[in-house]
Structure formats: structure tokens, C-alpha cells
Design a protein. Structure first.
Length: 304
């Protein structure tokens, strides 16, 4: 095996960008990778936007492996810093998996009793490596819905007075924050996180859409993103509807509007992730007629 070394993550812009470049280089080589540069941006600029950039969280929940010439060849990251983690490795360095998983258990997991990782259900090689290290199937955790924009129906109708607009055309931060808090039962969501999301390197103003009521309230929204490594591919994350305005077709309308804008810019394939059944969001995403779906499975191991 080629000589490598592991290194601590410093949450500097330079190292962060290096990780994104590594993920973009890996994407066309590994159809089973789950942690992409877009997810990395969402992690830094949305999920953990309220944290001090020098907070211990970032150092504790990211770890790197480098080749002899200092190139980044493998990444460990925890999305939430709980029991969850992801591992992405360049194909020619996959023999590192045992060392990486030992580091996960001996260092990162020493204060945890169980750990878990999400993988594509047909990612046979990665699953084999996890099982060899004692991981076992836990559940079907997510669905990825994949849409061909040349085939989906982009037409939608809204009740009188409601309209779909770019957030920049109706920039009511307080209303959007209230919408997100209601949609996801998340009272901790802040304007800081919204502004940070909009400062993400991949942010496209035209894809940050809201359904706005006649009174000016933001009642549903979604944010579309381009894939950095593929000009004709994108994804939508998140999608939400205010609890007082559900079951009225607003989420479907705002997604279709986003589909239309992305298609006009040359995007042909869009992915939307959801929790696995019985998560009710699957009714919405299935109604939009995805061309295909991919299952994400969770594997777990007791480490106490």
C-alpha cells in the first residue's frame, strides 16, 4: 500500500477548499459517494453556520488522510457530530479503509457507544468493507429521487394572489426564518444561518425560491443547487412548507418552478433526497414522477 499519513482538520478556507476539490475529483470516479462538495458547503454554510469557525467541533469531526506528496486521498466527516459519519476515499487508496475505521473507533468514537454510517444500498464494495469491520445493517434511511427535466411536468397552479418568486425579489428575512422554523420544527434556525447559506460558494440566487401569500408571508420554499462537477446536474435541498399552509400544493409548485429555472440554464437531471418511508415527503416526491430512485441504507456498530 502507498505510504500515507493522517492529519488534523483545520477549518481554514484553504483546507476547506482543498476538501471540496478532492470531492469534485472523486465524484466522477465513485458513483457510490454520498458526501459531495455541495453537501460539504451545506454543512459549513448552513448546518453549522452559527458556530465559531475555530470551534473544536470542526477539528473533532473532520479528519484527513494524505499521500506522500501531501495530496488529499481520504476524508472522514460527521455531519452533526453525533453518532453519524461518512468516509470518502480515492479508488487507488481504498486499502486505507481498515486504518480509517480503526481511527474512527479508537479516536472519534471513544466517547460514543454506537456509530453509524449511511451508504448506497448497491455500494457493494463499501458495504463489504464495513461488514468486515463489524458493521451491520440497521435500516433503510433515505431515498434519492432522480428527475429527468425533459420528462417531468413543469406546469403548476397557485390559489389567487399567491406567487412563486426568488427570495431576492421578496427579501423578508423574518418571514423566511419563521417559515423554516415551522416547516422543520426548528426553533433554533436563525437569520445568520439563512444569510450564511446565501453566501455559500455554489449559491444561485435564481434557485432560492419562495411561495409568497397575498399578505406577503413566505409559506413554502426550496433552494436549488448546481453540481460543481457536472453542468447538467443539480439538486434541491431543502424543501419546506409552513405548517399552516400544508396540503395545498405549494411545495410541488415551488419545486416545479425551480425545475423550470434549472432546466432553462441547461440542467437536465435533478436529485431530491428524503427520509425513507413512512416519511410523508415521499408522497410529494413520488407525485413529481422521478425517473429513478436510489436507496440509502444505514449500517451501525456498537463500540462501547
Amino acid at each position: 500500500m502507498t505510504k500515507t499519513r493522517d492529519s488534523v482538520y483545520t477549518n481554514t478556507d484553504a483546507v476547506y477548499q482543498e476538501i471540496c476539490d478532492f470531492l469534485d475529483a472523486l465524484a466522477p470516479l465513485d458513483p457510490y459517494m454520498l458526501w459531495e462538495s455541495g453537501r460539504m458547503n451545506f454543512w459549513r454554510y448552513n448546518v453549522h453556520a452559527d458556530k465559531d469557525p475555530q470551534a473544536a467541533f470542526f477539528r473533532d469531526n473532520v479528519h484527513l488522510w494524505r499521500s506522500e506528496d501531501d495530496a488529499l486521498v481520504a476524508l472522514f466527516i460527521s455531519e452533526y457530530g453525533q453518532n453519524d459519519f461518512f468516509v470518502e476515499v480515492m479508488p487507488e487508496y481504498r486499502d486505507l479503509y481498515p486504518d480509517i475505521l480503526r481511527w474512527v473507533e479508537d479516536v472519534w468514537a471513544r466517547t460514543r457507544s454506537t456509530i453509524e454510517i449511511d451508504v448506497f444500498s448497491n455500494g457493494v464494495e463499501k458495504i463489504r468493507r464495513l461488514k468486515a469491520h463489524g458493521f451491520r445493517f440497521k435500516c433503510h434511511s433515505e431515498n434519492w429521487h432522480i428527475y429527468d427535466l425533459d420528462e417531468v411536468d413543469l406546469d403548476y397552479a397557485l390559489p389567487e394572489g399567491f406567487r412563486v418568486v426568488a427570495f431576492s425579489d421578496a427579501p423578508d428575512y423574518a418571514s423566511r426564518v419563521a417559515l423554516v422554523r415551522s416547516a422543520f420544527s426548528n426553533p433554533d434556525y436563525t437569520e445568520t444561518r439563512l444569510r450564511s447559506l446565501m453566501a455559500s460558494p455554489d449559491y444561485v440566487d435564481a434557485y432560492n425560491l419562495s411561495v409568497v401569500s397575498p399578505a406577503g408571508q413566505h409559506v413554502a420554499y426550496c433552494v436549488g443547487w448546481p453540481e460543481r462537477n457536472s453542468q447538467d446536474t443539480g439538486y434541491i435541498e431543502p424543501v419546506g412548507t409552513h405548517a399552516d399552509f400544508r396540503r395545498r400544493g405549494f411545495a410541488s409548485a415551488v419545486i416545479k418552478a425551480c425545475f423550470g429555472r434549472m432546466k432553462a440554464n441547461g440542467v437536465r437531471t435533478v436529485e431530491i433526497a428524503s427520509g425513507a418511508e413512512p416519511n410523508i415527503s415521499n408522497f410529494l416526491y413520488d407525485s413529481l414522477r422521478p425517473k429513478s430512485k436510489r436507496e440509502i441504507h444505514k449500517y451501525t456498530k456498537a463500540v462501547a
